[in-house]
Design a protein around this ligand. Sequence first.
Ligand SMILES: [Zn+2]
Length: 222
Amino acid sequence: MRKCPYCKIEVGGAPEKCPLCQSRLTGEPESPYFPEQPLLQFRSFLYKLQMFIAWAVIIACLALDFLQKLRFPGFPALHWSLLLAMWIIAVEFLIVRLFKPGSTTARTVTLVVTIVLILLLVTSHFFGFLWLVRDWIVPVTISASLIANFVFTLVDKQGNSMSYLLSGLLFGTVPFLVLYIIQREMPLTWIICLIISITLFAGAIIFKGRMVSGELRKRFHL
Ligand SMILES: [Zn+2]
């Protein structure tokens, strides 16, 4: 127990100074109540460092793009720095979200896939390869993440993955309907994605029927 010679109080742990008057404490220290956490401090430093670099890159690219008029060959009117800033800010957002405690694998997969696909659609729109992303990358990625979430749901004992499987099934069917209404014609990849969505929904009912109905009841307050 340490003691403050002025306040006449005893302080547990191993503090250097009196919490009341900030004078130097006397007496033998005990083992500290709040041990130092060098690993956490190091991680926090790395996090700040990468954030600092990210902002430095964004600022430098905005300046080169808007002030120096440095543009991509073939895209003289494209403000590429805005697209780059969009990607960097999304990555920063994902870093904050992914290191939150209690994040499940299914949640992580769903979040990353959703954000990356939206950014890819925006980027490809400006760079002229929207067809590649819309007709190939998006349906193939959604199909793959649906299958991954289905496997997580089968092995997940607590049933947290079920909501992601069910909302993932919406990703597999809703874009299909929107595209179908707009252009009346579907690329084969989207048809396969739709088949996978419906098949996995049937599989979820067959293997985990009670969990599906429980999840739906929870979501729609039935
Ligand atoms: Zn004191």
